[in-house]
Design a binder for this molecule. Structure first.
Ligand code: ATP
Length: 246
């Protein structure tokens, strides 16, 4: 713990930059009847990358699963593309929600090329995000490295041109250069295609380099929010108080 407390400002959203694509309002969610996420407000606008940070067990994955429609809110609501929704995940995905996790969503028996084709992603689109995929198009995904598989997985998700991407620890266990490539692709998707991205990332410093805004979660609550520039200035204290030992 540090001597000086972290400057915990009210977690008021910063000024909106555009259309809000996905939003949690007064959202509580969890497993069975037990809320592990309580009364949270989060929003992601078009063209924004927003990082959701917090220690292990803070409730980040639960938040993403509820925004995606995999868990039903216990209280409050999820708004997607301007409307409150209780639709299941597959319906939200059809309407423009993308969801990627550390579990690479690729078919191991198929080549990289076939994986893209199955997702109806033109190779040229995939290469704009990950030029390295071009030289391994004929390789079975199961024979690719973990980093290559995750680039393919993210290319499949982004190539479908979602409006919103929820990304949960997509770089878990991968080499630093791959983490950089994945985060760059996420930033490019927001900048060039207006996709709104909510990013849970264990590499907090790297995530903050590409994020516009940040929410800090502790024990199911959002306890701090701000622009990345604001949060970076306090990151040493935040890490010591809320992220260390996680
Ligand atoms: P991590 O970084 O470790 O993935 P997190 O911030 O994503 O953590 P969650 O996975 O959302 O946190 O977990 C929040 C709380 O909910 C934890 O206390 C966890 O034990 C609990 N939890 C997670 N999944 C379940 C489940 N399927 N059933 C019951 N409780 C769960």
């Amino acid at each position: 713990m540090t001597d000086a407390p972290v400057d915990l400002r009210e977690p008021e959203p910063t000024a909106g930059t555009g259309d809000t694509l996905i939003e949690a309002r007064g959202l509580s969610a969890g497993y069975g009847k037990m809320a592990v996420v309580r009364e949270i407000d989060i929003r992601v606008d078009a063209g924004e990358v927003v990082a959701l940070i917090g220690a292990n067990g803070a409730g980040k994955t639960t938040t993403l699963l509820t925004l995606a429609g995999e868990l039903t809110p216990l209280e409050g609501e999820v708004r997607f593309l301007g409307e409150a929704t209780r639709a299941p995940m597959h319906v939200r995905c059809r309407a423009g929600l993308g969801y990627v996790t550390e579990e690479r969503s690729v078919i191991m028996d198929m080549t990289v090329s076939e994986n893209l084709k199955l997702a109806a992603v033109p190779p040229a689109t995939a290469f704009t995000y990950f030029p390295d995929l071009e030289r391994i198009m004929g390789r079975k995904a199961g024979l690719c490295s973990g980093g290559e598989q995750q680039m393919l997985s993210l290319a499949r998700a982004l190539g479908r041109e979602p409006k919103v991407l929820l990304a949960d620890e997509l770089s878990l266990g991968l080499a630093p250069i791959i983490v950089t490539n994945l985060l760059k692709a996420v930033r490019a998707a927001a900048d060039e295609r207006g996709i709104g991205v909510l990013l849970v990332e264990q590499h907090v410093r790297q995530a903050l380099k590409v994020a516009d805004r940040v929410y800090l979660m502790e024990r199911g609550h959002i306890i701090l929010s701000g622009t990345s520039a604001e949060i970076v200035g306090q990151l040493d204290k935040i890490e010591a108080a809320y992220l260390s030992g996680s």
